[in-house]
Write a protein that binds this ligand. Sequence first.
Ligand code: AMP
Ligand code: ZN
Length: 480
Amino acid sequence: MKIALYNSHGRVLEPFKPLTDKEVKLYACGPTVYNYAHLGNLRTYIFEDLLVRTLTYAGYKVRHVMNITDVGHLTGDGDEGEDKMLKSAQEKGMTPWDIAKFYADAFFADTARLNIQTPTVICKATEHIQDMIDLIKILEEKGFTYQAEGNVYFDVSKFPKYGEMALLDRTELKAGARIEVDTAKRNPQDFVLWFTNSKFGRQAMVWESPWGVGYPGWHVECSAMSRKYLGDQFDIHCGGVDHIPVHHTNEIAQTEAATGKEPWVQYWLHAEFLLTKTFKMSKSEGNFLTLSKIEEMGFEALDYRFFCLGAHYRTQLTFTEQALEGARAGRRALFEKVKSLPSPSPGFGPNQVSATGRDYLDRFEQYLGEDLNMPRALAELWGTLKDVTLGPEEKRWIINTMDRVFGLGLEALTPDGVPVPTQDPALAAEVEALIDERNTARKNKNFARADEIRNQLKGRGITIIDTPTGTSWENHERKM
Ligand code: AMP
Ligand code: ZN
């Protein structure tokens, strides 16, 4: 199967060829865990999941590394603003460590409900401080850094290719048009590798370093961790388009300066933004929709996955409730039709597929290979479903095969819907205890705690049902 990917570095569609024959090394910037992931963030993770699934479908073994940013990301992508973790911890009266754990758990509960596969390696910034220090030391030895006002900076003037992917204009950079002027910086685009002198109040998360007690800049974490788990050069690096001008630009500069090897990354893939009609979804400004919120509105997580499949990842997508209702109707219709088809017998395989059936699969693979054209690939699934010349067993086999990429859980569908996983006793005991605690909280009019428990369970796919005779619950994840 041929795959072409649009490389943000060079702005060109390129045939995909990994560095090592059948293995793909891929790094995706993970969440900054100071708040819930919003639907925009989740769109980017769905895109990355579709990419991994497409590569796996094409026969590659994918080593997918994702970081968790639990330190160092300021409210601006440059060095301006407050520390996101610290700010959130202060607002909620929790420690940054507890904040990080809470929102990382919430993130993985979201991705599980969206059928996003777990990356091969998940690495937390706070557990890799030494790797970051080692990288900064290399940069220092090679003369790419300077210290000013207590912080260690990367000197972009020492790296002539700085800003190449983002097509940044060096003369404009010198003028510092868009950048808040930091008097310690020699060039406006220089960025902090290690802070010892925080402008933002007492820092809770600090570590010893050769430059004094402090904490790393945000960008250096991705360079250090990707290098640790994927080596000096690898195949694909992903993220949202907002990362092109600052975060990824700085990652490239640090890594290529440290290793002296280029290109560091063969293919840069960036997902376009999810927009809303009235406001820009922003995690740091707190105005955003979460997966749990749309579930409370009566949608299933997979309705959102299906909604995202309807647009190419490089086009902006506008979220409206109406559009999501449309996706829900489409997803339900699809599930209804698929579940009426018999599951193929164990012996059924590609050799049993007719020429017409093979044509659907060929076109499906062709569209996947055209920079992951999911809307057109999905049209082939509908075409298969509606084609009266195909037998039911063959249809189901083709659809199940296609769904290895779409990830809608179609293979598990039976005429009775989706089998709900049997509730194991340990889970049941835990849920019952939480329900008791919630009922006590409600009696004491502590509705905040009661809601918190409901949301916590919801995040794990468990719905609480209050009835006049008591409270019951169901593990409604993946039900129709
Ligand atoms: P963050 O947790 O803020 O570091 O962002 C996690 C991922 O979501 C990054 O890859 C961002 O580029 C991406 N992202 C942020 N906002 C949006 C949005 N509105 N639509 C799509 N992706 C987004
Ligand atoms: Zn990153």
